[in-house]
Design a protein around this ligand. Structure first.
Ligand SMILES: Nc1nc2c(c(=O)[nH]1)N[C@H]1C(S)=C(S)[C@@H](COP(=O)(O)O)O[C@H]1N2
Ligand SMILES: [Mo]
Length: 364
């Protein structure tokens, strides 16, 4: 692909680190559009963007399969039916900054923008696994290997992660070559990535080059020694990862995107809006409070065409003059809601930061 550059072209984003590139959109841009435009879509990378060889790039499928496959990206599109899914991708570290306000954690201080909602296109992972003759009923795992070289805590490795076979065979899981009607851009995994709707972003590997069906989850650092929810007494640099819970699905979460934190706005009628997300469950209700959670008002919801989209919510509130705290919490279809404070869910890696989102504003 001519003109591919290793430097990400995302001038609008707030950059947490330039190399590897980690950046998120301003909250007001995020809430402005139901489908997140690619330039506004957060980027989370553990290594620098690799240089794959475009449509000639090959994907290997091996392990516990009847027939090994090796297909180019062009062959994938020719051999398997095209599918699309509208789905949100959210980093397990989204909203970590709120948790870091309680006590330090490792990781970048993501605000509310390590989430985006896109239309992904490609082929179904299930179709490819069936072509390789996988035993669909077996208790197996599908491990992904990627091109990018990462360095985490002094350990160097190529990115890899896995998902259970049952999820890999679900119709919403894609091997994607496109995002929002265009080929994937370099920072989002060109030419091939997995998209695993309803799971944390970490399980949607970019720059995918191999799939191995295994009896156990991936051995990769990312699967075994990262992206697990640790108990609060694990506070050191070298936690006992076996005490952690693997993060696949994520708990219900919501954030205020407009107005901005610390905004000064005219007293009176004020539009408040943002996103809510509950993994594979529907967002059933979004409550907004301007008195710290004593009284709640229900926002109106906009759901996606697909159950894998996020939900955008909005409400008009009457703000009296003075300093105010605006708070949001969402409920999912199982009647579950968010913890009221980040203290309740603090963990040393700063994952699953889902406390009621609170911002201070001043009405003048
Ligand atoms: N190969 C590879 N895939 C990856 C990552 C990575 O660093 N390398 N980061 C993961 C994480 S943690 C997230 S949240 C999503 C982010 O996807 P995006 O950058 O397209 O928004 O990609 C996932 N896939
Ligand atoms: Mo992530």
């Amino acid at each position: 692909m001519p003109g591919l550059s290793k430097r990400p072209s995302k001038p609008e984003l707030i950059v947490h680190s330039a190399s590897p590139f980690n950046a998120e959109p301003r909250p007001d841009r995020l809430a402005a559009s139901f489908l997140t435009a690619t330039p506004d879509f957060y980027v989370r990378s553990h290594g620098d963007i690799p240089e794959p060889d475009g449509p000639a790039h090959r994907l290997a499928v091996d392990g516990q399969v009847a027939t090994r496959l090796s297909v180019s990206v062009a062959e994938l599109a020719a051999r398997f039916a095209a599918h699309e899914v509208e789905a949100a991708l959210q980093c397990a570290g989204n909203r970590r900054a709120d948790m870091q306000a309680v006590r330090p954690t490792t990781g970048d201080p993501w605000g509310v923008g390590a989430i985006g909602n896109a239309r992904w296109s490609g082929v179904r992972l299930a179709d490819v696994l069936r072509a390789a003759g996988v035993d669909a009923g077996a208790d197996l795992h599908v491990a992904f290997s990627c091109l990018d070289r990462c360095e985490v805590g002094g350990e160097r490795f190529r990115y890899g992660a896995s998902i259970p076979l049952a999820k890999a065979l679900a119709p919403e899981v894609l091997l994607a070559t496109g995002m929002n009607g265009a080929p994937l851009t370099p920072e989002h995994g060109y030419p091939l990535r997995a998209v695993v709707p309803g799971y944390a972003g970490v399980r949607s590997p970019k720059w995918l080059c191999a799939i191995t069906v295994r009896r156990e989850p991936s051995d990769n650092h990312i699967q075994q020694r990262d992206y697990r929810l640790l108990p609060p007494d694990e506070t050191g640099d070298a936690p006992d990862w076996s005490r952690g819970v693997t993060i696949d699905e994520m708990p219900v979460n919501a954030a205020i995107c407009v107005p901005a934190r610390c905004a000064e706005l005219p007293a009176g009628r004020t539009e408040v809006s943002g996103w809510a997300m509950a993994s594979s469950r529907r967002v059933a209700r979004v409550d907004v409070s301007c008195d710290g959670g004593r009284h709640w008002h229900q926002a109106s919801l906009r759901h996606g065409a697909s159950p894998w989209s996020w939900t955008l919510w909005r409400i008009a509130l009457d703000l009296p003059r003075g300093g105010q705290e605006l708070t949001v919490r969402a409920w999912d279809a199982a009647g579950q809601t968010q913890p009221s404070t980040p203290e309740e869910v603090w963990n040393v890696k700063g994952y699953l930061s889902t406390a009621w989102h609170r911002i201070r504003v001043t009405a003048i």
